[in-house]
Design a protein around this ligand. Sequence first.
Ligand code: GLN
Length: 491
Amino acid sequence: MKKEAATPPLPSRNLPSFTSFYDIQQLLVEKILTCREVVEYYLSNIREQSHLGAFLEVYEEEALAQASIIDQKLAGGTAGRLAGMIIGLKDVLCHKDHPVQGGSQILNSFQSQFTATAVQRLLDEDVIIIGRQNCDEFAMGSSTENSSFFPTRNAVNPDHVPGGSSGGSAVAVQARMCTASLGSDTGGSIRQPAAFCGLVGLKPTYSRISRYGLIAYASSFDVIGTLTHTVEDSALLTEIMAGPDEYDSTASQLPVPAYSQQMTETPTSAKIAYLQNTLDHPGLHPDVKEKTEESLELLRQSGHMVEPVDFPLLEYVLPTYYILTMAEASSNLSRFDGVRYGYRSAESNTMEAMYKKTRTEAFGEEVQRRIMLGTFVLSASYYDAYYTKAQKVRRLLQNATRDLLDEYDFIVLPTTPTPAFKLGERATPIEMYLADLFTVQASIAGVSAISVPVGNSQAGLPIGLQIIGGAFKEGSLLAFADYFMRKNQAN
Ligand code: GLN
């Protein structure tokens, strides 16, 4: 075994820069490249760009050892469908015998006892996990500045945030540190960082992918999804992860179509709605508006029916989302009490003091804010005024969104009101919450949605376009997103 032979850095061999798993797979099949070399390429990028703060931990030895095993499998013709796919996991996904902290100090020194179903299904197809990625604490945030470790920086311009909460996962793909990342999206945490980093970010339909092994933020919203350079890669990963799971009774029983096989079905005439009030919104950045309008025009010129529709309920999406997710979070996070997991305050001599001190010392400010507000809206005297009311508004928003999706194939809108903002720029919670204005609707409705890159702002920062599809319509959504990206690139 000549393992010591140094691999020349891949770019000098004139190979593609690994933006697509299909390209990597081709090179592996043709024996131009080994899986080990792919891992080495990513590891060297991780080392060179550690200032971006994408990873909390890199499994260097393990990934290399796994790569050698997969190279043998490739040689023997026994490799799985994802041989050569190197991924990172947002720090909210359990991976047995590896630490998982939800970006929080309260899970200090905690190791996963089991592997998330979605992750296991990828491992069964020979994916390699290269590390765990930085995120906002318990996925609460829109910039990754709420990580209890360090902020993550956007590779396009490190003065700017990558979005959040899956910011580390986005930057890892953006800066070629892995082929794809798994993130979670409760109100935009995959789509918004995808938009800020120039990537494809898919939030599948709620319940399409088992949540077993995903650290819960707001259980009726949380979805696992992908951050990739291409739509094809997202389709393949999603198809493998999705489907019923005996460990999550809320996971849908619906069969999973082979999304990756449907990518070539070019839609000839889709019915597309766009929300006029998102384009007229005072908070919308002119460059984002321009790119969205150009995209709509391109679709119109390509023979699709593109119509403006009214969505007067837009002003209710953020309050509804934040009341409900904080309520659910306050309940979900009650398990972190210093007894069962991770961190425990050293300075307490009664049980109650231990709970209090542990949670005060180890939860960050935003998490504490949400636990307190969530507890408040669930308290006996305010339950009906806030929680019940928000549930009713959620139903209205769901119905209105689903009615639109009965009439139209897709709803198109900007992913975010602005391109990536600067670190430290959004100083108050409300300013930060406004970053989610356009992403929470699909989360409230539980339907599928994707963000695809549509070019850059004048300052050179990526801009995303969001396409919302129906519930369990990932197949047509992915095919359409892929078609649109190709059209847009050709344009
Ligand atoms: N930024 C939103 C929030 O803070 C969305 C987070 C998410 O999707 N996990 O709740």
